[in-house]
Design a protein around this ligand. Structure first.
Ligand code: FES
Length: 145
């Protein structure tokens, strides 16, 4: 299995790693199968994501996708951010090995969970945003042997 240079770069020098105290929204998701956990903090001003940080306890692909996902949502409105899919994150990283694509789902879902938290606090609806799952493993396709 080999990672793209972009993945290695974001794994070795993650962008936006850390936390925000009193964030506008925070979301944590995990994957019970591998045990990895990702938390995303958002600072939102006038519906624009002005700052974003992440904490990830996970594999190299999970760290790289967290880093890239934070870069992609920074400066976007909450309505644009909700449309950023794990596919977009993978593409921005020049791809992930097939067995690692599921790791990028954590990034998409953690962003959604943080947006959901913000929407709940402000009693607003963000089109296309559904209540996130805390465990993305339930969403993964079962592998059959
Ligand atoms: Fe769990 Fe990558 S193996 S997120």
């Amino acid at each position: 299995m080999s990672y793209s240079e972009m993945v290695m770069d974001h794994f070795s020098n993650p962008r936006n790693m850390g936390e925000i105290s009193n964030p506008s929204g925070v979301g944590t998701v995990g994957n019970a199968q591998c045990g990895d956990i990702m938390r995303i903090y958002l600072e939102i001003d006038d519906d624009i994501i002005t700052d974003v940080k992440f904490k990830t306890f996970g594999c190299a692909a999970a760290v790289a996708t967290s880093s890239m996902a934070t870069e992609l949502v920074k400066g976007k409105s909450i309505y644009e951010a909700v449309k950023i899919t794990n596919k977009a994150v993978c593409e921005a990283l020049d791809g992930l090995p097939p067995v690692k694509v599921h790791c990028s789902l954590l990034a998409e879902e953690a962003i959604h969970a943080a947006l959901w938290d913000y929407a709940q606090k402000h009693s607003i609806e963000i089109a296309g945003l559904k209540q996130p799952k805390s465990d993305i493993h339930e969403d993964e396709e079962e592998e059959k042997y």
